[in-house]
Each structure stands twice: as structure tokens, then as C-alpha cells.
Write a protein that binds this ligand. Structure first.
Ligand code: TYD
Length: 221
């Protein structure tokens, strides 16, 4: 089986990043070699762009500036981290990828989908993950959770839920669900509105098929 490129997507406060860490531990425990990265970020250039995007350097709500920043970061991440790891036979797990751009800049900010697709062709050649886990929950619940982590969120400057307002996040959520409906094969929609353990079980189920295929390949090899 060729190495898999897996992405985790969802609203801020969806629990995605916590489940990503647990999923990686679990996969490693099953003997899978995993490379972890995230967007925007993942490389030294990406970290600079991430700081600009999240640190208030971007003219508020200008989707086009955001668009260019995230695709610059993404191309660098592909060249420097994702493709070399896949070439070395590792499974790559990336916290956010191009679906975030369609959801946030497209559905959220109203940047034209054709503009996103055009930049995507330039930056990544229209690259798609093999599997995408979408952590879905109502923005109201995401906001509550993010409030209960408020001190931590403020400490790293990423309490964007408050900055944007619920309407924005409703559009982002609907956008994600539309993307998932368009590509049912690639997406697994994880209901992350319930208890942590139930979400974790869904994540494990989504990844179990992958691990089973991998161990079959290892047994044959
Ligand atoms: P991050 O701290 O990674 O959020 P989370 O921990 O919730 O994943 O911040 C990333 C922010 O950047 C998040 O609000 C979504 C936004 N973003 C975009 O708007 N477009 C993109 O293409 C990407 C990758 C992220």
C-alpha cells in the first residue's frame, strides 16, 4: 500500500487537534510510521506566515491576503515536509489543508471558489489528501468549549472564535459539510459534539481500515 496522506479538518474548538495527537499515538502504537505537520505552519517559512495570519498582521477579514498566505505556507509544507515523508514511506497527518481554505476563505469570507481553485492548481497542482477526517459540531458548542479553554486560547493568541462571530462559523461549518458531501469517498465526518470518548472511537474506526491494510502489506512483505 502506498503511504497515506491524511488530513484533519474542522472548526476552531472542534477538538480536532487533541484527537489528532491521540490518533498519532495510536497509529504509532500499531507500528505505523507517522509524520505530523500542520497548516498554516509546519516549516520555518510557514511559522512566519502563521504568525502573520493569526497575529493580526492581515487587514481584518481580507480573504485574498489570507488566501495567498495559506497557499504559500502550503506549498512550502508540501515541498519540505509532506512529499519527502511520503517518499520515505511514512504516513503523513496534517492538521488542516486545502479544505480549510475552501471553508474559511471561500464559504467564510466569500472569496470566489474559482480563485481558490486557480491558486490551488499553482501551489499544489490540485493535490488532494487520501483521507480527510472532518470534526463536525455546531459553532455554539465549539464556542462553549473554546471558552472553557479560554486562558489557554488567549495565551497562544488563537481565540479566533470570539473575533469572528457565530455567523462566520456557521458558514464555515456548512461549507465543510458541502465539501464532504461532494467527496464522500475521501471524507469521514466525525460527530464531535458528544463526549470525548465517543469522538475518539469514531476516529479510531476511521483509521482502523488503514491500519488493517498496512499490516496485511507488512505480513506479505
Ligand atoms: P489553528 O490555531 O491551527 O486553529 P485550530 O487549532 O483550531 O486548528 O489556527 C488556524 C486558523 O487558521 C484557523 O482559524 C483556521 C485558519 N485557516 C484558514 O483560515 N485558512 C486555511 O487555509 C488554514 C489552513 C487555516
Amino acid at each position: 500500500m502506498r503511504p497515506q496522506f491524511i488530513t484533519f479538518e474542522g472548526l476552531d474548538g472542534s477538538g480536532k487537534s487533541t484527537h489528532l495527537r491521540m490518533a498519532i499515538e495510536w497509529l504509532r502504537g500499531q507500528g505505523t510510521e507517522v509524520e505530523q505537520t500542520h497548516e498554516p505552519g509546519g516549516t520555518p517559512l510557514g511559522s512566519v506566515l502563521r504568525a502573520a495570519l493569526l497575529g493580526g498582521e492581515v487587514t481584518p477579514a481580507d480573504g485574498v491576503v489570507e488566501l495567498m498566505l495559506v497557499f504559500t505556507s502550503r506549498r512550502q509544507n508540501l515541498l519540505q515536509r509532506i512529499d519527502p515523508a511520503l517518499a520515505a514511506g511514512k504516513t503523513v497527518i496534517c492538521d488542516r489543508f486545502t479544505d480549510s481554505t475552501y471553508a474559511y476563505q471561500g464559504y467564510g469570507r466569500g472569496v470566489a471558489m474559482e480563485a481558490i481553485a486557480a491558486l490551488d492548481r499553482i501551489a499544489t497542482g490540485g493535490r488532494q489528501p487520501d483521507l480527510t477526517l472532518l470534526f463536525d459540531l455546531p459553532p455554539e458548542v465549539a464556542r462553549q468549549r473554546s471558552h472553557s479553554h479560554r486562558r489557554q486560547a488567549q495565551a497562544d493568541g488563537t481565540d479566533r472564535l470570539d473575533a469572528e462571530g457565530l455567523e462566520f462559523y456557521r458558514r464555515v461549518r456548512e461549507g465543510y459539510l458541502e465539501l464532504a458531501a461532494l467527496e464522500e469517498e475521501r471524507f469521514r465526518v466525525i460527530d464531535s459534539s458528544g463526549p470525548h470518548s465517543e469522538t475518539a472511537a469514531q476516529v479510531r474506526q476511521a483509521l482502523a481500515g488503514l491500519v488493517a491494510k498496512e499490516s496485511a502489506v507488512r505480513r506479505q512483505g
